[in-house]
Design a protein around this ligand. Structure first.
Ligand SMILES: [Zn+2]
Length: 148
């Protein structure tokens, strides 16, 4: 299960096109990237296996990605906020999206460039329950949004 963590601005939604493993439908999957404060240090992290989200943050996400919601994962064996296929409802689990070459594990600059980023109009700090992950592509993404 995921632990409570504190996130703050910039709180961003990263999205990219993935393909449903069941029906082949292409759709945009979303993930949260935010500054996570731990032991007084703030680092940019990609959240996964989110089990608890403040309502205001969930509202902003589902307004943009209506098929994001609480789902039971056979792989993770618990319920968490996940992407589902808008066509057939199949779960596009965090494990799948974050595997090498998955939409949230871009292997080259081109794959990073294909991701969309939106900074949300909330500052935090907010408490969520999630796992934090990183990756060098997050700093590439940060540089790009800093330039924009
Ligand atoms: Zn599908």
């Amino acid at each position: 299960m995921s632990d409570p963590i504190t996130i703050g601005a910039p709180i961003r939604l990263v999205s990219g096109v993935t393909r449903c493993h069941r029906c082949g439908h292409g759709f945009s999957a979303v993930a949260i990237v935010a500054k996570v404060t731990e032991d007084g240090q703030a680092d940019t992290a990609l959240l996964s296996y989110v089990t608890d989200l403040p309502g205001e943050l969930l509202f902003l996400i589902t307004a943009r990605f209506p098929s994001y919601g609480l789902e039971f994962s056979q792989t993770a064996e618990h319920v968490y906020y996940a992407n589902t296929c808008p066509a057939c409802g199949a779960l596009a689990g965090d494990h799948f999206l974050r595997s090498p070459d998955g939409v949230f594990f871009p292997m080259d600059d081109e794959a990073v460039a294909a991701l969309s980023v939106e900074t949300l109009p909330i500052e935090g700090p907010l408490t969520v329950k999630a796992h934090c992950g990183g990756g060098s592509w997050l700093s590439v993404l940060e540089e790009r949004t800093a330039e924009a």
